[in-house]
Design a protein around this ligand. Structure first.
Ligand SMILES: Nc1nc2c(ncn2[C@@H]2O[C@H](COP(=O)(O)OP(=O)(O)O)[C@@H](O)[C@H]2O)c(=O)[nH]1
Ligand SMILES: [Mg+2]
Ligand SMILES: [Zn+2]
Length: 476
């Protein structure tokens, strides 16, 4: 018999960012309906409040009644206790088995014909599910940054649509790597992506400010080698960036390899009045730019109350009066970039990639002010490349156009981006079409007008991926 070589591997937990070695992992068990003779096993298989998990999500700002914290977890400690009780009654022992292919472990306990098995590993500290092949491949971590309603959630949903369709290439395969196939949050994300693809319905805003990242497994094929990589994409509300230095929160921005920073066209300085006579629809378009759900307004208001100096009056912010409250809408991308800078500091900033991205570029497509820029039509091309990351010649040309647009309509770039490891500009659209509000029953829906046809939505992601792989010398 061939002997199994156990490799001890350490990785950073993608939730709490503590270092985890493969021998330390716990397991999530699905125990519904399992009945054992041994009382110890029955007691062990019962679903109960999972305190480390509840504490983690509570510290992330999720109210306790919204955490699905009743679960059955076995960690090394519980395993020792269980085995002491089992051996005293002469029953078979519960075991953790090393899996050579994935460098991870599985859990198994058998009693007669009843077996309890799990290959869903969890972090020993925060009890969150680790992705598949977590100890086998390296992980690239990408954060979505941007102010409220800049389109982060829709962006991620668009990437996931139709099994990551926009990211697939002849030499690149992308698939989900979520560790727990029946995780409610994962199922919800997949359902959202489905609904966007099939019915053009946008995901509703959530009150959760820190959500589970989306895990993917990538396989990039070169002529004589094949690269595997895990990716975690974080869709996190903007206020977490600012709070992340505080206690309790993860300081998640420090752990990202790169950011896709979304600029809402509503944040741009567009002199729409100038063209409104020539383009009668323009007023309507600009009104739509300010669409925001009530939940998002609330979260902005919270932020405003907590951090008064971040709130300014004047034209950069949209001020709206309701019957009870006053809402301030934070609208400046500068604020997000400043928050990244002050949280990270110069040194860490120089270790990050940033893809500064105009999202919702479909809204600019017919805008006279943008069409005036030479080459601007390049920004709205939809073509997807068959091989590799993106069309680099086109990307270079778009940089020239975008640099001018950013300088004149957003902010002076030099000062903001020089200190990153690498920076690049993008204009994409997750939907490729406008949206409208719709009432169905007592529900407010936001729905795409016409067919969802993303505009090169994967490019910022592909660029970060390419940079990450180049840096490691993986590409020739
Ligand atoms: N026209 C257009 N609107 C978009 C696009 N992506 C998002 N939106 C709109 O922006 C709203 C807010 O997007 P969301 O992803 O929830 O923003 P988040 O707060 O940054 O997560 C959505 O409900 C859509 O109405 C896009 O690609 N084009
Ligand atoms: Mg969102
Ligand atoms: Zn953890």
């Amino acid at each position: 018999m061939q002997e199994t070589k156990i490799r001890n591997i350490k990785r950073k937990c993608p939730y709490c960012f503590r270092e985890v070695s493969n021998s330390q992992v716990g397991f999530l068990l699905k125990t519904e309906g399992a009945r054992f003779q041994s009382p110890a096993l029955n007691e062990f298989a019962a679903v109960r409040p999972d305190l480390p998990y509840i504490y983690f999500w509570n510290a992330m700002g999720v109210p306790e009644d919204r955490i699905d914290g009743r679960r059955c977890i076995i960690d090394n400690q519980a395993l020792t206790v269980l085995n002491q009780e089992l051996s005293s009654s002469g029953a078979d022992l519960a075991r953790k088995q090393y899996d050579e292919a994935s460098c991870g472990y599985t859990f198994l306990v058998e009693e007669g014909a009843v077996t309890l098995f799990s290959n869903t590993m969890v972090c020993p500290y925060c009890h969150n599910e680790l992705p598949q092949n977590f100890f086998r491949y390296e992980m690239l971590m990408v954060g979505l940054a941007g102010s409220v309603a800049s389109g982060k959630t829709v962006y991620l949903c668009s990437l996931m649509m139709n099994d990551y369709d926009v990211m697939q290439r002849d030499n690149l395969t992308v698939r989900s790597a979520a560790g727990n196939p029946s995780d409610p949050e994962r199922l919800e994300m997949e359902k959202n992506a489905d609904r966007l693809f099939v019915d053009g319905i946008c995901p509703a805003g959530t009150s959760k400010i820190f959500r589970k990242p989306v895990f993917m497994e990538l396989n990039y094929r070169l002529p004589d080698s094949s690269i595997f990589l895990l990716v975690a994409v974080y869709d996190v509300a903007g206020e977490l960036i600012r709070e992340s230095t505080g206690m309790g929160r993860t300081g998640f921005v420090r752990h990202m390899d790169g950011f896709i920073c979304l600029v809402d066209p509503a944040q741009m300085h567009l002199n729409h009045a100038l063209f409104s006579r020539q383009m009668p629809d323009e007023d309507q378009v600009l009104r739509r730019l300010h669409l925001m759900t009530l939940e998002e307004q609330m979260s902005i208001q919270r932020l405003s109350n907590e951090n008064e100096k971040q709130v300014f009056g004047g034209s950069d912010y949209l001020l709206e009066q309701t019957s009870r409250d006053e809402f301030f809408y934070e609208r400046k991308i500068d604020t997000v970039l400043d928050a990244l800078r002050s949280t990270l500091g110069e040194k860490l900033l120089s270790e990050k990639y940033i893809a500064l991205t105009i999202g919702k570029s479909d809204l600019l497509e017919g805008l006279g002010e943008i069409l005036e820029y030479k080459g601007s039509s390049l920004l709205f091309e939809r073509g997807q490349v068959a091989c590799g990351f993106m069309d680099m010649d086109r990307h270079f040309l778009r940089q020239q156009v975008l640099r001018k647009i950013f300088d004149q309509k957003v902010f002076r770039l030099q000062r903001k981006l020089n200190d990153y490891k690498a920076a690049s500009l993008f204009a994409v659209s997750a939907l490729g079409c406008e949206t409208e509000e719709q009432t169905s029953g007592d529900q407010q829906l936001i729905r795409a007008v016409g067919k969802v046809r993303p505009i090169r939505v994967e490019e910022p992601f592909m660029w970060i991926l390419m940079k990450y792989m180049q840096e490691r010398g993986w590409l020739q």
